[in-house]
Design a protein around this ligand. Structure first.
Ligand SMILES: N[C@@H](CCC[C@H](N)C(=O)O)C(=O)O
Length: 291
């Protein structure tokens, strides 16, 4: 049995994508998958879609340090099932809000380290945050470029296989444009959608309804979590896919994405994509990890 470990935590969210945040300025906290699952558990633990460890980059693993030179803080993001993810868009804003409200970062614009590389945070005038998510690409390249679709998604309780487009934003996404006859609100996402071909490392799946030029609504089933009320990289992927299907209009660079948990802004072009939205810390406390 390991010694009793009691840690301080904060609870935060970005458009109701919620996280348990753990500050680890000395880089000593080695959270096992079971610890992450416990912290994320909504009944037995604290509750969240993910767990974010806040650690100085210089105390992060070597590969993270090499990928993110010149950054001060590493967002060590884990999904609720304990798996590590490369990126979390909503998480970057909540992470930045934590750094700011705890005096760990005072600049208005600075870089943070993630497993998907360095991301620039900017604090906006209304106290929301913008994250430059950097480069993006079609995950399956040529085939998708020509046809706009590269896979199919099967949702529980719905007979038709739905065509989809795969995007890589550092983490994987599969975006489905819903046919008009399918009601976005009625989709059963309690069970994981089946993606064919199945991506080797799994994928986040976004279901999109276009509302008007530059405006979409969506729901998401996240890898390592299940359905969540918002996903920042998912919103960016959904806007990019919709823009792609619309023929990549050069003047349609600003997008509004409505999710069950709120509204996000996406700014995109052929090479880069950025995300903006709110962040909140709602509670702090102490918790003893299971022995
Ligand atoms: N909710 C996040 C994405 C979190 C990681 C994702 N579940 C994955 O495994 O890639 C976001 O806001 O981007």
């Amino acid at each position: 049995m390991r010694p009793v470990t009691t840690i301080e935590f904060s609870k935060g969210h970005g458009t109701l994508n919620d996280f348990v945040l753990v500050e680890d300025v000395e880089g000593r906290l080695d959270l096992a998958d079971t610890d992450v699952r416990f912290l994320a558990d909504r009944r037995a633990g604290i509750g969240g879609d993910g767990v974010i460890r806040i650690v100085p980059t210089q105390l992060a693993p070597q590969d993270v340090q090499q990928l993110n030179p010149g950054t001060r803080w590493f967002m060590d993001y884990r999904n609720a099932d304990g798996s590590a993810a490369e990126m979390c868009g909503n998480g970057t804003r909540v992470f930045a809000h934590y750094l700011r409200t705890h005096g760990l970062e005072t600049a208005q614009s600075y870089d943070i380290a993630t497993r998907a590389g360095t991301k620039r945070i900017t604090v906006l005038a209304d106290d929301s945050y913008r994250t430059d998510l950097g480069g993006w690409r079609l995950a399956r390249g040529d085939e998708a470029e020509q046809r706009g679709m590269d896979s199919v998604v099967q949702v529980h309780g719905f007979a038709d296989a739905l065509p989809a487009l795969s995007l890589d934003l550092g983490n994987p996404h599969t975006v489905v444009a819903l046919p008009l006859k399918v009601d976005l609100d009625a989709l059963d996402l309690a069970q994981a959608p089946h993606v064919d071909p199945h991506p080797e490392h799994g994928t986040n799946v976004e279901f999109v309804r276009a509302l008007e030029p530059g405006h979409i609504s969506m729901r998401v089933h996240e890898r390592g979590v299940g359905e969540t009320l918002s996903c920042g990289t998912g919103a960016a992927a959904a806007a990019l896919a919709t823009w792609w299907w619309a023929g990549r209009p050069a003047d349609q660079t600003s997008w509004t994405v409505d999710l069950p948990g709120g509204r996000l802004g996406v700014h995109l072009d052929a090479e880069r994509v950025a995300l903006s939205g709110p962040a909140a810390i709602v509670a702090t406390g102490r918790v003893t990890l299971p022995g």
